[in-house]
Ligand binder design. Structure first.
Ligand SMILES: Nc1nc2c(ncn2[C@@H]2O[C@H](COP(=O)(O)OP(=O)(O)OP(=O)(O)O)[C@@H](O)[C@H]2O)c(=O)[nH]1
Length: 388
């Protein structure tokens, strides 16, 4: 039957004598859902390893019995991955509900501190809300894996969220009342193992007390539960039938199983339809975001071109200004040269003037001497004429 592990034995476990807590792990492939499941169970019940494609292929329930309660852990494949279609997700969600017959006590949404919160994770959470309604947030606990890596960097979860908490993740944390816990699934430290499990279980208890002890259920759960109960009763009736051949009993069992499978198929189709609706809405939203991004990019490119043009003009102006400055400098230099020449000329003119003055005074002296000589000669000639 569908449900990968839902058996008559599981049905018996719904006995109310001991507290049963059913926890479902949701999250992107590789975020560490199976690893957390194993940490909770204290054994390697789920396959957990590093692989780019999903390791967990279908929903699976494993159980551990603690001192005072039974913990059911349902591991799911990467239902938040873009690569999986709504048909697969629909089937897996129905399997998951089928496994958690009595309802879900806590939804553990698993993120890894080693990878960035993605748009597909945001979309996955929207799908959960569409399928289960906003009531699902009352049951949600955000679990981060990779505590060891934060520790290696001397960081706390608060430090990490302080630097690495995009808006959608903040919203999710707020919607689930900030219930969050950090897991180091690699630790060998027994005390640490106990402490982180205790932290998680106390958050689960918080959810249980805040939701009045009622696990999450809805119409889908109710219908599946009714179907499962019918299947269980019919199987018991068939087993107790007398006077039927083995072949007839087998046929009856097959008929019962087929009718249950039909019911699951119907519900699966309903879930798929809901998911498709959400996906279409998300695709439209993504397309609108993409268009807005392209528009912003175009505006940016235009602005960049404009600023490039402005820069080009500025450079041209700068070059022009540099040339003009050079020209002015040359002119100033030639002016300085002219000034220097003028000074030299002036100096030369003064020298010439001085020389002229000196020559004049020398000439004047000589002239006076010549005049004095001439006068003497004239006087001597006159006196000679008187004697004669
Ligand atoms: N360092 C470190 N690695 C972790 C931690 N938790 C999980 N991992 C590693 O992360 C990888 C993926 O872990 P899984 O548990 O397989 O992840 P998953 O979400 O179940 O993936 P699927 O089953 O494929 O959907 C494995 O190599 C784990 O060992 C952790 O706390 N610290």
């Amino acid at each position: 039957m569908m449900g990968g592990g839902s058996t008559d034995d599981d049905w018996e476990l719904t006995s109310p004598s001991i507290a049963v807590r059913t926890l479902v792990l949701f999250g992107r492939t590789g975020n560490g859902k199976s690893a957390i499941g194993n940490t909770i169970l204290g054994r390697k019940a789920f396959k957990s390893m590093a692989r780019s494609s999903g390791v967990t292929s279908t929903c699976e329930l494993q159980q551990t019995v603690l001192k005072d309660q039974i913990i059911n852990v349902i591991d799911t494949p990467g239902l938040f991955d873009l690569s999986v279609g709504s048909e697969f997700v629909g089937e897996e969600i129905v399997k998951c509900i089928d496994l958690a017959k009595d309802g879900i006590h806590a939804v553990l949404v698993v993120f890894s501190v080693r990878t960035r919160f993605s748009q597909e994770e945001e979309a996955g959470l929207h799908s959960l809300e569409t399928l289960f309604g906003s009531k699902i947030f009352d049951y949600m606990i955000v679990v981060f894996t990779g505590g060891d890596e934060l520790e290696d960097n001397d960081e706390t979860l608060e430090d990490y969220l302080g630097r690495e908490c995009p808006e959608p993740l903040k919203e999710i944390l707020a919607l689930c009342n900030n219930r969050r816990v950090l897991f180091d699934n690699k630790t060998k430290d027994e005390l640490k193992k106990v402490e982180q499990l205790q932290q998680l279980l106390s958050l689960v208890n918080m959810v249980t007390s805040q939701t009045g002890g009622q696990p999450y259920t809805d119409d889908l759960f109710a219908e599946l539960k009714k179907g499962a109960r019918k299947l269980h009763d019919q199987r018991e009736v068939v087993t107790s039938l007398k006077g039927y051949s083995e072949r007839e009993i087998l046929e009856l069992k097959e008929q019962i199983n087929a009718s249950y499978e039909d019911q699951l198929k119907r519900i699966t189709e309903m879930v798929e339809a809901k998911l498709k609706e959400t996906n279409t809405r998300l695709e439209q939203q993504l397309a609108a975001e993409q268009a807005a991004r392209l528009e912003a990019q175009e505006i940016f490119q235009l602005a960049q071109k404009k600023s490039n043009d402005e820069i080009r003009i500025l450079i041209q102006n700068l070059e022009k200004a540099e040339k003009e400055t050079e020209e002015l400098r040359k002119q100033a230099e030639s002016r300085r040269f002219t000034h220097m020449l003028r000074e030299k000329l002036e100096k030369a003119r003064k020298g010439i003037e001085e020389l002229r003055r000196q020559a004049e005074s020398i000439l004047r002296g000589k002239l006076e001497k010549v005049q004095e000589g001439t006068e003497e000669l004239r006087r001597q000639a006159e006196s000679r004429c008187v004697i004669l």
